[in-house]
Design a protein around this ligand. Sequence first.
Ligand code: ATP
Length: 371
Amino acid sequence: MATVELRNISKVYEDGTQAVNNVNLTVHDKEFVVFVGPSGCGKTTTLRMIAGLEEISGGDLTIDEKRVNDIPPKDRDIAMVFQNYALYPHMSVYNNMAFSLKIRKLPKGEIDKRVKEAAKILDIETLLNRKPKALSGGERQRVAVGRAIVRQPKVFLFDEPLSNLDAKLRVQMRAEIAALHNRLQATMIYVTHDQVEAMTMGDRIVVMKDGVIQQIGGPLHLYNHPENLFVAGFIGSPPMNFFPATVIEESGGLLEADEGGFRIGVPASAAALLKSREGQNIVFGIRPEDLVLAEKEEDLKTFRAVIRVVEPLGSEIHLYAKTGEQSLIARVPPHRSFKVGETVSFSPNPDKLIFFDPETGKSLFTRGSSD
Ligand code: ATP
């Protein structure tokens, strides 16, 4: 059982930098929570405060309802896996993994059992006598994880553990860590700047920007119901397209985009909600896969765009195109070929439009969700 609670947690560094601002979050027992956000958003600082490696400037941090703000890292029953692995170079893999247990004066037999069990889980049994310099990046990473596993901590913390690995190994290790979570049934908090890693690994994702939580939710919930422009643009690859537009019809059923370049109808439910914004500017977002290629042009349903770049990925094609001054990305099936300079018609799926206030960046209304 290990629940981690952050209540109004803030961090102000000595030079006055506010790295984390009033973060509130409960990480439930056995949950895999991923902190994601661009460089400098405060995710590492938050993790280091949980680990006890960074002093907390304000708020309360509890583990299993016990306030741990002033408890030193070694007494928090937490194990952290770092980006640079932080292995002891002069020690064998076995001793790297056994080290923290020796310090705790665990019986030799128990240490041996734990190290061998962890080595088996991580498939590094044959490497136990090697020194870290004789290991590949992926193997070092496994040893670093093994060192955390043997401690049987209440909570595992991971700080960008895969960022030094090549792309293929990253995908493999990502699946291994997710499988490890299922196997150990432990509470895990994982920091990354990579939204694909966040989406594929997290039970819940915490999106941060400028030290502030932007949204917390399951991967699909964040994808389908982003609460603001930042989350909408950060989650999803290729990213969501944003169109500045004006609500033009009294019923709110029509939007004019691309400075009058095209008009598009919205479903009745959205129209009713947009009604009060007649004449006002909004931004609508549409995911690249929801820009469907239209066979024929249809008033209020399609718009034309000129293809600028074609990226054939095998399973799908990414089209970078321009309508008027507006750039867009579409993900289309690989059923036909496309040429740069070709004009095509897109039909945005009206049910997938997401509307934002251009001033606040907030989503105008969130639709019901069971994600
Ligand atoms: P990255 O992905 O680049 O590691 P991050 O989201 O983990 O970024 P943090 O390392 O938590 O971000 O940093 C958050 C903010 O705090 C940044 O603006 C950073 O410059 C600042 N910061 C970090 N450490 C210190 C420090 N020791 N003194 C002053 N400011 C710091």
